[in-house]
Ligand binder design. Structure first.
Ligand code: HH2
Length: 381
């Protein structure tokens, strides 16, 4: 792993056309990703490399009037230099690309929402930790009620296991598993509903039945209709990093720098979602703990979770009962990993995770209450 320093702070190029927005110097150090959400120092300098073909003449004039400097760059590109505060104030009329940067910067610098719990409801017979527990719809509804009563803001319903080595299930089989639970929760809602699927047809059914969020572990790569569907329905989406696919992903995971590669991959998936018409306010990202990652990769991602926050989007963390916790804690069975999960959740919240996907809602609600209170006292979460 490369050594990491706090600055410059990189902000994504939402459409994939521009390269980056970076803050340099002292203000950047004050703005290391952990401090996102803290007040921004005034005077930070923003530099944005962009394709001049996408900047209209009148927008250019307005930017120059706001104090921007334009510097030619190799390969027909140009660099815009401007005070970050000024850039952040620009509206949609600044020109597509630059307006999007301004929006992303505002989102990145704004106060992170308070962290919430997402209770896992697998209607699968083969999930790694709770397979079969909620395969019966009545038991599933009871489990959802109980999770909501103990503090889950979201219930994440899944009908296909994504554990390493899992075989894919057909669309019809997946729909048959999730439909009764979705219908039951539509009749008597207990919490906001998320659908854990990579198939647009399953997501569409869930959205028809009141789900608000699509949790797609492939980030829209497995079904090209997924991101357009999310956009059309005005739903929210979680874009997760996964190397390969569940059947083969744990074969021999290799990365040059896992934190960089996961962040870059997610930046590309955010760009794809934006291009499909999903607004930034409806996108969350997830490093995909355990998805095509070895122990050292999972640990590096947890240790540097704050860097994902440089994307300026909410971060979902799914560590609950996962195998790497079993390895670290010497707990062979998933249901023995509650304390290990608690430790990972507390550290994740401290690093800025805002959605915690967990099996043991009652216990993790206690963890969240403490982590939140400490975070509030320090002003970082
Ligand atoms: N992990 C699992 C499933 N879905 N979604 C997101 N966004 N992030 C995760 O880390 C994540 C996820 C795997 O856990 P689980 O649902 O308990 O098991 P299975 O996939 O075997 O049903």
């Amino acid at each position: 792993m490369a050594e990491r320093s706090p600055g410059p702070l990189w902000i994504p190029a939402p459409l994939g056309r521009a390269e980056h927005l970076a803050l340099f110097g002292e203000p950047a150090r004050a703005l290391c990703p952990r401090a996102l959400g803290a007040p921004r120092p005034r005077g930070a300098l923003a530099r944005l490399a962009f394709d001049p073909a996408h900047l209209g003449a009148s927008a250019r004039q307005r930017l120059a009037a706001a104090g921007a400097r334009f510097v030619p760059r190799p390969h027909g590109r140009e660099e815009l230099e401007l005070r970050a505060d000024t850039l952040a104030e620009l509206g949609a009329d600044a020109g597509g690309e630059i307006a999007l940067f301004a929006h992303t910067w505002r989102a990145a610098a704004s106060q992170a929402p308070p962290p919430e719990l997402m209770g896992i409801l697998n209607t699968t017979p083969d999930s790694f930790s709770d397979g079969g527990r909620a395969a019966d719809p009545a038991a599933a509804l009871e489990a959802a009620r109980s999770m909501a009563a103990h503090g889950a803001a979201w219930i994440d319903i899944g009908g296909e296991s994504t554990r390493p080595g899992a075989e894919p299930v057909s669309r019809d089989e997946e729909i048959a598993r999730v439909r009764p639970v979705l219908e039951g929760l539509a009749r008597s809602p207990v919490a906001r509903v998320s659908i854990d699927t990579t198939k647009a047809a399953v997501a569409a059914l869930a959205l028809d039945l009141g789900a608000e969020l699509v949790n797609d572990v492939s980030a829209g790569r497995m079904d090209p209709r997924m991101l357009p569907l999310v956009a059309e329905r005005g739903a929210a989406v979680v874009l997760m990093h996964m190397a390969g696919e569940p059947r083969t992903m744990q074969a021999a995971p290799r990365y040059r720098d896992v934190v960089d590669e996961v962040t870059e991959h997610l930046r590309g998936r955010v760009a794809a979602a934006l291009a499909a018409g999903v607004p930034l306010e409806r996108i969350a990202v997830d490093p995909g703990i355990g998805f095509g990652k070895g122990l050292e990769h999972n640990l590096a991602l947890l240790a540097h979770l704050g860097e994902l926050r440089s994307l300026g989007l909410p971060v979902l963390l799914g560590v609950s009962r996962k195998a790497f916790l079993g390895t670290l804690a010497g707990a062979a069975r998933p249901d023995q990993r509650q304390f290990a999960t608690a430790a990972a959740i507390a550290l994740g919240v401290a690093a800025g995770a805002t959605l915690l996907r967990v099996h043991d809602v009652e216990a993790m609600a206690q963890v969240l209450a403490v982590a939140r209170a400490v975070g509030d006292a320090g002003g970082h979460t």
